[in-house]
Write a protein that binds this ligand. Structure first.
Ligand code: PPS
Length: 288
């Protein structure tokens, strides 16, 4: 299948047809945010399904029912995907959503509401590696080609949801004030209980240490890998082939070191650095 058959283009961005349609993108634009909605904004392959596990538990104090009974895509749906229209009426408040949208595509009601956002950022080299394997296993995406070819597409933003740097810049430059919290995938890997405490405080939850410990245990990579409501094993193999590469693949920070040659690293670093050079924020990790 060609790229035109697999993807739709809307407002300059590519979306997979399997999960998105012009109607679903319109539905997202018309979505009415409530003040107590909580959205995890995550560039693809930066921790989205992790947040689909974490948010319901932080919001409900650690009741495992939703993560054991509802598939992740219906439990905390993507704002932009077709499923939202089918499940939106079943979502109990406070509703949790995820989105890969860049800031400028957020719907009007988001801006007029007080809905909170947790923005998760991941080292772009690990994002690219994760995405490379995802393009190998997801039959509804174009095969990635060689690592070099995929890197070129990634750096040019010819990938789902556009350029990583544009996404980060857009979400760093908002005027959302205390409606937005920034966290990194790496902080979550390093100390999940501490990350959960920050999220709990941000969302006005007063979770006990016991609840934090329980949530951290159930949101660990190992536990999520065995949770059939979260590991995509409910999805047919001809759609996502976990024999090629599991969705929950490695779950670590720094796997890029096993993939980038010194030449690839030099190119990657110089492009990202140049695109962020005039920004007022700095990245929490060294790009080298
Ligand atoms: S997607 O397709 O955009 O929704 O993918 P996304 O969920 O954003 O990212 C997938 C990567 O997140 C890793 N992941 C985790 N890492 C650590 N701990 C937990 N609990 C966890 N859950 C998901 C997943 O393994 C993918 O990263 P890689 O590097 O490929 O392993």
């Amino acid at each position: 299948m060609s790229s035109e058959e697999k993807y739709i283009l809307d407002r300059g961005l590519m979306f997979p047809k399997e999960t998105h349609s012009l109607e679903s993108l319109k539905f997202a634009q018309e979505y009415t945010f409530k003040d107590d909605d909580v959205t995890a904004v995550v560039y693809p392959k930066s921790g989205t399904i992790w947040m689909q596990e974490i948010l319901p538990l932080v919001l409900n104090g650690g009741d495992l029912t939703p993560i054991h009974s509802i598939p992740n895509w219906d439990r905390v749906p993507w704002l932009e995907e077709k499923r939202l229209a089918l499940v939106v009426d079943n979502l109990a408040s406070p509703r949790a959503l995820v989105t890969h949208f860049p800031y400028h595509l957020m719907p009007p009601s988001f801006h007029t509401s007080k809905a909170k956002v947790i923005y998760v950022m991941r080292n772009p080299k690990d994002v690219m590696v994760s995405s490379y394997y995802f393009h190998k296993m997801a039959e509804f995406l174009e095969p990635p080609g060689t690592f070099d070819e995929f890197m070129e597409k990634f750096l040019e933003g010819k990938v789902l949801f556009g350029k990583w740097t544009d996404h980060v810049k857009g979400w760093r430059g908002t005027d959302l004030g205390d409606r937005i919290m920034h966290i990194t995938y790496e902080e979550m890997v390093q100390d999940l209980p501490a990350a959960l405490r920050r999220m709990s405080d941000f969302l006005g939850r007063n979770l006990s240490e016991e609840a934090i410990r329980k949530i951290a245990e159930h949101c660990s990579f190992k536990t999520m890998k065995n949770n059939r409501m979260s590991n995509f094993s409910l999805v047919p193999k001809n759609y996502m082939n976990s024999d090629t590469s599991p969705f929950l693949r490695k779950g670590v920070a720094g796997d890029w070191k096993n993939h980038f040659s010194p030449e690839q690293l030099a190119i990657f670093t110089s492009v990202i650095r140049k695109e962020l050079e005039s920004e007022s924020f700095s990245l929490p990790w060294s790009l080298d």
